[in-house]
Design a protein around this ligand. Structure first.
Ligand SMILES: NC(=O)c1ccc[n+]([C@@H]2O[C@H](COP(=O)([O-])OP(=O)(O)OC[C@H]3O[C@@H](n4cnc5c(N)ncnc54)[C@H](O)[C@@H]3O)[C@@H](O)[C@H]2O)c1
Length: 271
């Protein structure tokens, strides 16, 4: 190991089970010498295996619903207490669409569901940064990362209202990132990850076909959750201090492709 995060303290949102991207980030952050607090929604505590991860990484758990300012304030205060100092890195790895869950089509959602999904998937990122910024809870040259998907820029019909939520999330990263950079020398970025077989990912209709399509379109193949964790660690490390306000594609090249040979071959008649 390189000890890339030696002495750094963090908060990791969104590890539900061993497939979660946040789970892999926690494992790798631990390997790289970081100390951190794990957090998830109180309801996820009952469903998930977070305790297993906490034992494995020698970390404590502080539950927080990421839509609740009260929970987030408690989380940040407790984390500083537990870790014995201010925070160097934060991972926001949270996403949920009630319309997707309830099978509502994009063209006819239930708008209460739309609002709830937007609050959980997008506004929660603003709320997390609000607490960190106003409590002056981040160390200088700290790093905040949220996970996103390319449906923010291009059409993927079955991604439903999560496409809009991700566009909003990426905009928050830029807008809040400006103030965080100017006032606290903290960087804020989003990583736009390949489709990945996790609980959230597999909730998208036609996911299996889609992940296969992305694999065939990408010159390097899909990025796995473990690959994503490696990239995230690099953004938490001191090797990327001047990267901020960016949406960083981590997708094996998918986002710049038009078509690949192996996809085209399926449409070409034998000559
Ligand atoms: N899986 C993919 O294909 C893929 C691709 C690109 C981006 N992403 C993004 O990666 C992130 C992590 O998702 P994942 O794929 O690891 O799935 P996951 O289901 O393992 O993680 C989603 C997490 O969000 C948490 N969450 C939901 N509501 C919450 C709330 N109110 N407060 C706090 N936490 C809450 C869940 O408990 C869960 O831990 C999400 O932002 C997702 O949109 C996923």
């Amino acid at each position: 190991m390189y000890n890339l995060l030696k002495g750094k303290k963090g908060i990791i949102f969104g590890a539900l089970n061993e497939h979660s991207i946040a789970w892999k980030v926690a494992e790798k952050a631990h390997e790289q010498g970081a100390e951190f607090v794990l957090t998830n929604a109180p309801i996820a505590m009952r469903m998930g295996d977070l305790k297993v991860l906490a034992e494995k990484t020698n970390s404590q758990i502080v539950p927080a619903d990421a839509t609740s300012m009260e929970d987030l304030t408690n989380l940040v205060e407790k984390s500083i207490e537990i870790l014995g100092g201010k925070i160097d890195f934060v991972l926001h790895s949270i996403g949920m669409s009630v319309n997707v869950r309830k099978g509502k089509h994009y063209t006819d959602p239930k708008y209460d569901f739309t609002t709830k999904g937007w609050d959980v998937s997008s506004v929660s990122f603003h709320k997390v940064m609000n607490v960190l910024y106003n409590k002056n809870a981040m160390n200088q040259w700290g790093s905040i990362v949220a996970l996103t998907y390319m449906a923010a820029q291009r059409v993927f019909p079955d991604y439903n209202d999560m496409a809009d939520n991700k566009a909003y999330l990426e905009s928050i990263a830029r807008s809040f990132g400006y103030f965080f950079g100017r006032d606290h020398k903290v960087r804020v970025n989003t990583i736009s990850q390949s489709p990945t077989p996790t609980t959230a990912g597999s909730g998208v209709k036609g996911f299996d076909g889609f992940i296969e399509y992305a694999e065939k379109m990408s010159p390097l193949g899909n990025a796995t959750a473990s690959d994503c964790a490696d990239y995230t660690i690099s953004l938490f490390s001191d090797l990327t201090k001047k990267v901020t306000l960016q949406n960083l594609f981590h997708d094996g090249g998918f986002s710049n492709m038009g078509v690949s040979d192996s996809v085209l071959d399926r449409f070409v008649e034998d000559e």
